[in-house]
Design a protein. Structure first.
Length: 185
């Protein structure tokens, strides 16, 4: 019995030690997104226990932004690096959290719009999170910068499609996000 109590104490201490900085609390106060001392980002419950990792590598990140849905059942994390960004989404199905990453192929849709008026090589891209337009869909704004100095601004809607999906090598589910409505801004 002493071993079990000691193991629980160690897990509790380690989970609290791993928390580095709070990014955003859920509207209902039951969850928080925090960076960890290991350079990842996770959702923690109100007791401080980790529920799921939603970004496993923030080395080189310039900015991390998280936005919760109003019902606290979904969250989007934007990880902006100097030349590009990545988006991870997580949703709670009532029992467990799921996490998925936006595929790189979504950027191709923005590039296709840009190539209607801009030619050249893409130098960098940057995105920001807009408003939630429904319980499962958020607007994303972005810009593409090209070597010649031209800039193309765009927006699109990113929908979380709850379900259970196959895991990729990073341990994230694939297929839980649907990008649509790409527009030049």
């Amino acid at each position: 019995m002493k071993r079990i109590a000691l193991a629980l104490l160690i897990v509790t201490i380690l989970s609290r030690y791993c928390q580095a900085a709070k990014l955003a609390d859920s509207p209902d106060g039951k969850w928080t997104i925090q960076t960890t001392t290991q350079g990842s980002v996770a959702i923690f419950n109100s007791a401080g226990d980790p529920a799921i990792a939603i970004d496993r590598g923030t080395t080189g990140s310039e900015r991390l932004r998280a936005k919760w849905s109003s019902d606290s059942k979904a969250v989007i994390l934007l990880d902006q690096a100097p030349r590009g960004s990545g988006i991870t989404a997580a949703w709670f199905d009532g029992a467990i959290w799921h996490a998925t990453v936006e595929p790189d192929s979504d950027l191709g849709q923005a590039e296709a719009l840009a190539h209607k008026g801009i030619s050249g090589y893409l130098k960098a891209e940057e995105r920001t999170l807009g408003d939630w337009i429904s319980a499962d869909t958020i607007q994303v704004r972005g810009s593409l910068r090209y070597l010649g100095g031209e800039k193309f601004s765009y927006s699109y809607d990113l929908q979380i499609v709850p379900g259970s999906y196959a895991l990729n090598r990073g341990g994230f589910e694939t297929g839980g996000l649907k990008a649509s409505n790409f527009q030049a801004r």
